[in-house]
Design a protein around this ligand. Structure first.
Ligand code: SF4
Length: 620
């Protein structure tokens, strides 16, 4: 970036909120000579620094790519609205934190897409970088626009804006993509060759190489590759053994949402909750051993100075060494006055011993449980089987061990749900409050977190419609009134945000035009509840002659081609369909660690399975 632009940026920083978001130079930032490498990546989290800098996936890729001598990887985030005004006013293209290079100068812009409501920010970032937002309008040597992350398991809504997607885990495929780019860069061959070469890399999806046709009723008739050598299906990538965990984390300049060191202790889950997208798309279960985790914490603390450590996974109490881990973490680090968070503990696998250890690790403060449904019948439907007795016993033990605040997560809008099931959530909250008052006294705090079901792609519920905002609002009003009377705190997702997420997560390629129209009409930061853009979105559907209800409220037939069917997660559609059938009759499926139900993962990835000494897999 020319010197005068840098000094102009420095001037602008005096007039925007939290200038630390834009300066970089943090402790442990990695900088490399621009001309010393062959491939230049910019890793982009399409929301503000305060949110994106806490993303563990981004931190991992940052270390993996920069570990390669011929690659540099820098970071960039969505500028907040005040900074955007300044950038547009002074015609300064969006830049990276490390070298302040314009994003346009990089070879590959790698966007991480963890959730859908950041899609308009992607378009805004491309526009602020002076890059054509549509893939078909890109010039020969424009940066490659690459997407990755959890939302990409249905890439179709964003297909018009990305040149390629890395489906699944990025650790290995990002290096392969880098190599394909490096080889192509040395040639003068056209961009179309790069895209074709990328389409040969397992796990890479190049949407422009596929043609889609629709039936008169709007459902998909066919999705076909337009060139030989382009795969019909894109199988997600997994890393057979979890790689060495990074520990030299960038220490942020400004306070971020999770101001802590995050350590992934396990990946995947075998519990099979039927609403859970992460549980289905991140199989198989792989875990890091205690011997691997402890040095990461030690080195991480020494190189960052963080005072909190998050031990992360989808279901930490299912880690086969969880007790030993919590014990050793306490023994090794208790004198450092740190706090440890261990989210996603499952009530079913939550032993008394683990409770005792946790008491040492994170005394007092809050505890979180996710029963998700309050009747045994409904828990069977969602495949989270749990007896009421076990639930209240665990709650009692939590209070007996001194925790004063308990947060309980529940869902509404579930299949076969009745108002009795909704009322049961309130009654459960009241009963837990009474137990708490008896054991702790009036200072006990109960917090209900209510989410509305969005039947996500690649889950057994993917065929279901979303429940209408009116019906959801009725149920929320009932719970709000009841919890207010009972003195229980309640938080919930506003039905409109659920609707937007359902359009963007269950959409097909035609949704791309709706996203562009919404962005052109001013929609951005849609994940921020206070920015109510829903009317803009409704108008965008109308402008593009599409019916939003087709995507949200329509039950999909079991033989319909779904917009994400060409993305193979290993778990088969047949397995999901059978599980859907079971849900409607309340038939449960046990944790498959002991009994394999042939979901398809072992067929798809069994040949990659390493010996247990290298990495434990959850499949028997
Ligand atoms: S292959 Fe079997 S054990 Fe492994 S995740 Fe699937 S059902 Fe579970």
């Amino acid at each position: 970036m020319p010197k005068n632009t840098i000094s102009l940026i420095e001037k602008i920083l005096y007039s925007v909120e939290k200038p630390g978001r834009y300066v970089g130079d943090e402790h442990n930032q990695i900088t490399k000579e621009w001309d010393s490498v062959d491939v230049r990546w910019c890793l982009i989290f399409p929301d503000i620094y305060d949110i994106g800098q806490a993303n563990l996936g981004l931190a991992m890729l940052y270390q993996i790519l920069n570990a390669e001598e011929h690659i540099l990887a820098e970071r960039s985030f969505a500028p907040w609205v005040d900074m955007e005004v300044e950038l547009r006013k002074h015609q300064i293209p969006l830049f990276s934190l490390e070298s302040k290079q314009s994003l346009k100068n990089f070879d590959i812009l790698g966007f991480t897409l963890p959730y859908e409501s950041i899609y308009t920010n992607v378009l805004n970032i491309l526009d602020l970088a002076g890059i054509n937002i549509r893939s078909t309008d890109r010039r020969e040597r424009d940066p490659l626009i690459l997407g990755g992350g959890q939302a990409c398991f249905n890439p179709e809504p964003m297909a018009d804006f990305f040149d390629a997607f890395a489906i699944g885990e990025g650790e290995e495929v990002s290096l392969e993509i880098s190599q394909v780019y490096r080889d192509w860069k040395k040639t003068s061959s056209p961009r179309s060759d790069l895209l074709l070469n990328l389409a040969q890399v397992p796990g890479v999806y190049v949407p422009s190489l596929y043609d889609i046709s629709y039936h008169p009723d709007g459902t998909i008739a066919n999705m076909t590759p337009i060139q030989p050598g382009v795969p019909d299906k894109i199988t997600k990538r997994i890393v057979a053994a979890l790689p060495t965990h990074p520990s030299k984390f960038v220490v942020p300049n400004v306070e971020i949402i999770h101001d802590r060191m995050s350590v992934e202790i396990m990946r995947g889950c075998t519990r099979g909750c039927r609403f859970c997208h992460a549980g289905m798309v991140n199989r198989p279960v792989r875990q890091r051993s205690v011997e691997e985790i402890l040095p990461v914490i030690e080195n991480g603390l020494n190189s960052t100075g963080f005072e909190e450590v998050g031990l992360l996974s989808l279901s930490s109490s299912d880690h086969t060494q969880i007790l030993e881990l919590t014990k050793k973490v306490h023994d090794n680090f208790h004198d450092r006055k740190l706090s440890f968070s261990l989210p996603s503990l499952r009530i079913e696998s939550f032993s008394v011993d683990l409770m005792d250890e946790l008491k040492e690790l994170k005394p007092g403060g809050g505890f979180t449980l996710a029963p998700e449904a309050a009747t045994e019948r409904m828990r069977a439907v969602i495949n989270k089987p749990l007896d009421d007795e076990d639930f209240y016993q665990t709650v009692t033990r939590i209070f007996e061990n001194g925790w004063r605040t308990l947060k309980l997560y529940y869902m509404i809008g579930l299949p076969t749900e009745t108002m009795e099931d909704v009322d049961a959530i309130l009654q459960a909250g009241i009963k837990v409050y009474q137990i708490g008052k008896r054991l702790i006294g009036k200072s006990v705090k109960i917090h209900l977190g209510i989410a509305s079901l969005i039947p996500k792609p690649h889950t057994p519920f993917q065929w279901l419609p979303v429940q209408s905002p009116q019906l959801i609002q009725e149920k929320l009003d009932y719970l709000k009134a009841g919890t207010r009377r009972a003195g229980i705190k309640m938080s919930y997702n506003i039905p409109d945000s659920t609707l937007l997420e359902s359009w963007l997560s269950r959409g097909d390629r035609r949704i791309g035009s709706v996203i562009q129209t919404a962005w052109e009409a001013g929609a951005k930061f849609d994940a921020w509840g206070e920015r109510d853009n829903l009317q803009i979105w409704r108008n965008s559907f109308t402008t593009n002659n599409l019916d939003p209800d087709f995507y949200a409220y329509r039950e999909r037939s079991l033989d319909e081609i779904l917009p994400w069917d060409h993305i193979d997660i290993g778990v088969t559609k047949r397995f999901l369909q059978r599980d859907y059938d079971w849900s409607l009759v309340g038939r449960t499926r046990a944790d498959c660690r002991n009994t394999c139900f042939s979901c398809g993962i072992l067929d798809a990835f069994g040949d990659q399975r390493p010996p247990e000494t290298i990495c434990y897999w959850g499949c028997p």
